[in-house]
Design a protein around this ligand. Structure first.
Ligand SMILES: [Mg+2]
Length: 233
């Protein structure tokens, strides 16, 4: 068993409950922009369509095939035209309203604070996230996560995106440790687990929905609840 000294965490959908926070924001936007008045879709269809579109656009963004602005605008254009609105009917400012409101939401995964309280005295804790710098800092402040972490590395601030090993190496250099002292905790197999593995860092795959898909190579550890970290750390 290795002795770890530093733990890297992904932020979205690992600590900060992206799904719950996003859902709450989208239901609020449906009311705020009176999307029901078009008579074409209810708030649940709006949420489901957005989710479908957003995952696909994030995938393209992570692969470097679209830029931040195309992601932010495009997900609302594609969602709403997909639900039957004409491009000129798309409410002005809805994409900005989402980007402003969502990061201020505060839902985190069960046991997040408890586990971070437990880990903080024993390890150096750091965030490594593909999100945008400003947005990720707002999320961490709003949900009181900031105080637990020494370094917060975003793809925007370091110039590389997970799974690029250079993003992990950037953090290793900043804290001046070797990969074998570190452990990466994240929910995205390709970005967090494969990326960390490429950088020589052990991994904890956070799989709260318990997707049974076979992963190869297997992550060092797999958990479905953050509290399980206390079993081996
Ligand atoms: Mg994530």
């Amino acid at each position: 068993m290795k002795t770890y000294t530093h733990i890297f965490f992904d932020l979205d959908h690992t600590l900060w409950d992206f799904e719950k926070n996003s859902e709450e924001t989208l239901f609020a936007l449906y009311e705020q922009f009176d999307l029901g008045s078009f008579g074409k879709f209810d708030s649940h269809s709006f949420y489901k369509k957005y989710k479908f579109v957003n995952v696909r656009l994030w995938d393209l963004y992570n692969k470097g095939r679209i830029k931040q602005a195309e992601l932010r605008e495009g997900r609302f254009v594609k969602t709403l035209t997909g639900l039957g609105l004409e491009p000129h009917e798309i409410p002005v400012g809805i994409a900005e309203a989402y980007t402003d409101q969502c990061p201020t939401k505060t839902a985190v995964f069960p046991y997040a604070y408890e586990v971070l309280e437990y880990l903080q005295p024993k390890y150096g804790l750091h965030i490594i996230t593909n999100g945008f710098r400003e947005v990720q800092h707002i999320k961490m402040s709003a949900s009181n996560l900031h105080g637990y972490f020494r370094e917060v590395i975003t793809s925007e601030s370091c110039g590389f995106k997970k799974p690029d090993r250079r993003m992990f190496e950037h953090l290793l250099e900043r804290i001046n440790v070797t990969p074998d002292e570190c452990l990466m905790v994240g929910d995205n197999y390709e970005c967090d687990i494969e990326g960390a593995r490429q950088a020589g860092i052990d991994q904890v795959f956070f799989n709260p929905e318990k997707h049974s898909q076979k992963r190869s190579p297997k992550p060092t550890h797999e958990i479905s609840c953050l509290s399980e970290l206390k079993q081996f750390l």
